[in-house]
Structures are given as structure tokens and as C-alpha cells.
Design a protein around this ligand. Structure first.
Ligand code: ATP
Ligand code: MG
Ligand code: MG
Length: 554
């Protein structure tokens, strides 16, 4: 077996294993904030962390970074867990930053006692003004040299809820002259009198990301904490905080950064996706047009296709935009192997076979999946009146039209060769029926000379009296712009595609009447489809996952 070359994250780990780490030291985590549903960008991070767990046989924790009760909810926690499980990964432990609130508080008190933190009574605007610039040092707060006693007293007040929101904050006492702006006395705690989805009203102060994240990694003894590139400048602070809470000889986690993955024609940011839901642009977080994992699942993506997508784009050090057609390619590749072939007509016109006996029908054998012999076959009903797609017929056409025209032959898939004879039109000239004749000896698979006759073009069809009606949802890009949130002076909302959803009535072969939610099929010649959760026995609903080929002109 050929060895895949190591990506830069694996190289870091291998180097650590070759120097001062033991295999048993390895531990990873995936740390979502439960402020929305996971999206395809998160899938990269999930596949990275859980993939490393599989590769090195190391535990991977699921850690909820739940330090902002204003935005976080139990619904999001549940959805995140369901999505990771669906992708096929198992976490070692389910952890919450909120489980560490007491420990974090105790450490903060220690830091105050050691002169490493102080309570600042300025407004956030004043604090921001004193930050300085990358080339100019900041200014010390007038409260920077409060006594330990006063700091302890004020911090206690904050904790007890006696300090109003937007009142005092606790800051680390590092240096207002540090070249890294994030080291200029960063805020560790702010007052927030909100109900937390897990700790209720227990806490009136909440830790900031930088203070909570590394400490959570340290508590869980995570070896490698992977985050996206924008946290690179936070690494110094990450290490500084861990030094403050660890003792000599303790195992210290290390933060390393990789590039965010962005997808074209959509937005991958929970905050922006929330806006789409709240403004009713989409129906829900799992709307099949959303780039969320739950949206992709509902659309008909398989876990394998998403994992392969993440694997194929890999991890990198530079941000880049992945064209959504690559994601669609991954879906097609997988669905081609697993989705049974069926016939359905989405834009029907009636076809009458004038030499087929009236009132008769026959059931013809149809192969379920040419890519998978074990998928077997089924029977589809054939009768005198069928539906075919309107676009598969033209009264007269040039030589390049390999579909049905008058006087020419085509094959009906799994059935017979037919020849166009005549059309019936309404008073406005629209075709209401196509009349044709069939060659009774040309049945597919019968082995007769007539059945082996080569004709250009094979059409899919459905028997009118056997067809089941279904609602079929056809999706298009949710945004018209490649990078909707990257256009100067414009908001991503300016680029919503008004035609991202088209609903049609489809006529499907009767084998589909027992299809269950999430069942995936290929409507031959039309694409891959999946039964939607809105589906009922009375009214089946199908989503088009993706067409059969990339029909998008660049
Ligand atoms: P969002 O802006 O969508 O909320 P986030 O980074 O704030 O993204 P978190 O819940 O904090 O979301 O992310 C959990 C993990 O997923 C983090 O390690 C984060 O870096 C990673 N992640 C988020 N978005 C992407 C992306 N587009 N590509 C790769 N990794 C991502
Ligand atoms: Mg985040
Ligand atoms: Mg975020």
C-alpha cells in the first residue's frame, strides 16, 4: 500500500512522538460553541480531529465551548451531537467549558492573589481606547495597581451579581507595552446576568474565550489543540495562561493552527446562517439549501461523501475557497455506488402507443444498479399510455437530437423501441399527446434480433395509470455570487438567489411508494434524489441532491 505523505499537522505530531511525547499522551478535541448548527467548514475540523484520533488510536473529546449564555442553547448542543454521530465519529468524553467554571474562578482568584489579574472599572470603550496600536504601546488603566484586597472584594462582588452588566471586568496583568496586542492586559471575565443552558443562574460572570479555552484543554490534558488561523496571535496568550495555572512538570497542551475552509456560493459562519433562518430566507437550519451538516443530510448527502470531501481538500496553512462543485462531485461519486436507479418524470407529456392493446399491462424487469450487481432488479409496469419528459420530444429536429421525433426510433429504458408517428395539440397549439408505435419484438433483454437493434437515444418513462405523484424539490445555489460575504461594500444578503428552490410535481414508478425518509435513489437521467422528512404516504416529497453531472458553466 502506498504511503500517503503526511500533512503538516501529522508532521507536528510525528515530530512530537519522535522527541518528548509518548503515544499515550496524544489526545485531541473538537470544540464547537453551541451557538448554531455545524456547517461544512466544521466538517473539516471534525474530520481533522477525529481522523487523527483514528489514525493514532487516541481519544478525542467533544467539548462545548459554552461561555456565552446570550447566544447558546441546548437545541444547538443536541444538533451538534447528532451531526457528529451521523458523520460516524465517536467522542471519548462529552465535555463542557461550563463544567470548569468553578475551577476557572478559583484559578482567577489565585491569579489576583499573585498580582497577575486586576479588576478594571472603566467602560469597554475606555479600555479599547487604551489598547494602543500595533506600533504604539497601550496605556495603563488607572485601576491597574489596585490592592489584592480591593481586587478580591470587587471580583467577589462581580461573581455575586452585585456588579451590573457592562460594569467591572477582570483583566490579566501582563503588559500594556507588549508587541502582541492580545497580551495587553486581556479581559478574563465580564458580568453577564443571563440564564445559561446548563448552569442556569449560578454564574453572573463568564470567562472570555482566551481564558477558558486553553484552561479547558489543560484540564482535559489535550495534547494538541487545533484551531483556525485567526487564533495564531492568541497562541502566546494561550501559553501564558497555561503557565499561570500549571505546576512545573505538568503536561501542557499546545495550540496549532490550520486554515479555515470556505465553500463557494454560500457562507460558512453560524452567525450568518442564523440570519438566513431568522429572516426566513430558508425554512430552518436543516433546509436542504443550507451548507449545514443537517441541511446536507436532508438534501441527500451521505456521511461518506462529506468525509471524502473533507479528506480530499485536506488541511492547509492558507485559507482558500473550495468550489461547491467539488462537494457535489463527492456526493455523486458516492451516490453512484449506493443509489438504486428508478424512473420518474418531472415535466410530463403523455405518450400513447397506438398499437399496444388497450387495457393491457405488463411488468418489465429493470436492473437496480449497474454499479452493484448485488442490488438485484425490480419490475416496472408498462402500458399503452406513458409519461415522458417534454424536453425528450420535438416534432422535428436536426440530426443531433437523439431523442424522440416524428418518424424516428428511440428506446424506452427497460422496455421497447418506439417510433414517433403523430401529435395531438390543443387549440393553442400545445402538444397534449404524442402518438407512436412500438416494435413488440424489441423488448430489452429478450435477446431477439430486434431487441439488439441499435437506436440512438434511450428515454425514461412512467406508466400513466401506475404512476405515483410526488412533490419534487429542485434546488439551486442559495447565493448568486461566488463569495457572497467577500464583496466590498455589499452584504451577503444582497446576493440571495431568488430561484434557489423550485417545486414541481413528479410522476414516479410505483416501486417508490414505500420509500422511507432519507432513502436515496437516482432518477435516471435526472439526478440523485432523497426522500425528505416532510414526506407522507399520501404525499411523498423528494429532494434533488445533485444532478448527474456538473451542469454549471463557469
Ligand atoms: P462560526 O463563525 O461558524 O461560528 P467558529 O470557528 O466560531 O465558526 P466554533 O464552533 O468555535 O465555530 O468552531 C469549532 C471548531 O471548528 C473550531 O476549532 C473552528 O476553528 C473550526 N472551524 C469553524 N469553521 C471552520 C471552517 N470554515 N474551516 C475549518 N474549520 C472551521
Ligand atoms: Mg469560535
Ligand atoms: Mg463563532
Amino acid at each position: 500500500e502506498g504511503k500517503k505523505s503526511l500533512n503538516f499537522i501529522e508532521q507536528i505530531i510525528e515530530e512530537d512522538l519522535n522527541t518528548n511525547y509518548k503515544k499515550e499522551d496524544l489526545k485531541f478535541r473538537f470544540p464547537p460553541e453551541p451557538n448554531g448548527y455545524l456547517h461544512i467548514g466544521h466538517a473539516s475540523s471534525i474530520c481533522l480531529n477525529f481522523g487523527l484520533g483514528e489514525k493514532y488510536d487516541a481519544p478525542v473529546n467533544l467539548r462545548f465551548d459554552d461561555t456565552n449564555p446570550a447566544k447558546e442553547e441546548q437545541e444547538y448542543v443536541d444538533a451538534i451531537k447528532a451531526d457528529i454521530e451521523w458523520l460516524g465519529y465517536k467522542w471519548a468524553k462529552e465535555c463542557y467549558a461550563s463544567d470548569y467554571f468553578q475551577q476557572l474562578y478559583d484559578w482567577a482568584v489565585e491569579m489576583i492573589k499573585n498580582g497577575d489579574a486586576y479588576v478594571d472599572s472603566q467602560t469597554s470603550e475606555e479600555i479599547a481606547e487604551q489598547k494602543g496600536t500595533p506600533t504604539q504601546p497601550g496605556t495603563d488603566s488607572p485601576y491597574r495597581n489596585r490592592s489584592v484586597e480591593e481586587n478580591l472584594e470587587l471580583f467577589e462582588k462581580m461573581k455575586n451579581g452585585d456588579t451590573p452588566e457592562k460594569g467591572d471586568v477582570l483583566r490579566a496583568k501582563i503588559s500594556m507595552g507588549a508587541s502582541n496586542m492580545l497580551m495587553r492586559d486581556p479581559v478574563m471575565y465580564r458580568c453577564l446576568h443571563k440564564n445559561h443552558h446548563r448552569t442556569g443562574t449560578d454564574w453572573k460572570i463568564y470567562p472570555m474565550y482566551d481564558w477558558a479555552h486553553g484552561e479547558s484543554d489543560f484540564i482535559e490534558q489535550v495534547s494538541h489543540s487545533f484551531c483556525t488561523l485567526e487564533f495564531l496571535p492568541h497562541r502566546e496568550l494561550y501559553n501564558w495562561f497555561i503557565k499561570k495555572v500549571s505546576k512545573p512538570g505538568d503536561f501542557e497542551p499546545k495550540q496549532r493552527e490550520f486554515a479555515r475552509r470556505n465553500l463557494s456560493h454560500t457562507v460558512v459562519s453560524k452567525r450568518k446562517l442564523l440570519q438566513l433562518v431568522e429572516k426566513g430566507i430558508v425554512d430552518s437550519w436543516d433546509d436542504p439549501r443550507m451548507p449545514t451538516i443537517s441541511g446536507l443530510r436532508r438534501r441527500g448527502y451521505t456521511p461518506d461523501s462529506i468525509r471524502k470531501f473533507a479528506d480530499s481538500i485536506g488541511v492547509g496553512k492558507r485559507e482558500n475557497l473550495i468550489d461547491v462543485s467539488h462537494l457535489e462531485f463527492c456526493a455523486r461519486e458516492d451516490l453512484n455506488k449506493v443509489a438504486p436507479r428508478v424512473m420518474g418524470v418531472l415535466d410530463p407529456v403523455k405518450l400513447v402507443i397506438t398499437n399496444y392493446p388497450e387495457g393491457e399491462e405488463e411488468w418489465l424487469e429493470a436492473e437496480n444498479n449497474p454499479e452493484d450487481e448485488s442490488a438485484g432488479s425490480r419490475e416496472v409496469p408498462f402500458s399503452r399510455e406513458l409519461y415522458i419528459e417534454q424536453e425528450d420530444f420535438k416534432e422535428s429536429a436536426n440530426r443531433k437530437f437523439f431523442r424522440l421525433t416524428l418518424g424516428k426510433e428511440v428506446r424506452l429504458k427497460n422496455a421497447y423501441i418506439i417510433k414517433g408517428e403523430d401529435v395531438v395539440k390543443d387549440s393553442e397549439g400545445n402538444i397534449t399527446e404524442i402518438h407512436c408505435t412500438y416494435d413488440p419484438k424489441s423488448k430489452s433483454g429478450s435477446g431477439t434480433e430486434e431487441s439488439l437493434r441499435k437506436v440512438k437515444g434511450t428515454l425514461h418513462w412512467v406508466s400513466v395509470k401506475h404512476a405515483i405523484e410526488a412533490e419534487v424539490r429542485l434546488y439551486d445555489r442559495l447565493f448568486t455570487e461566488e463569495t457572497p460575504d467577500g464583496v466590498k461594500d455589499k452584504d451577503f444578503m444582497d446576493f440571495i438567489n431568488p430561484e434557489s428552490l423550485k417545486v414541481v410535481t413528479g410522476y414516479l414508478e410505483p416501486s417508490l411508494k414505500d420509500a422511507k425518509v432519507q432513502d436515496k435513489v437516482q432518477f435516471q437521467r435526472l439526478g440523485y434524489f432523497c426522500v425528505d422528512k416532510d414526506s407522507t404516504a399520501a404525499k411523498p416529497v423528494f429532494n434533488r441532491t445533485v444532478g448527474l453531472r456538473d451542469s454549471w458553466a463557469k
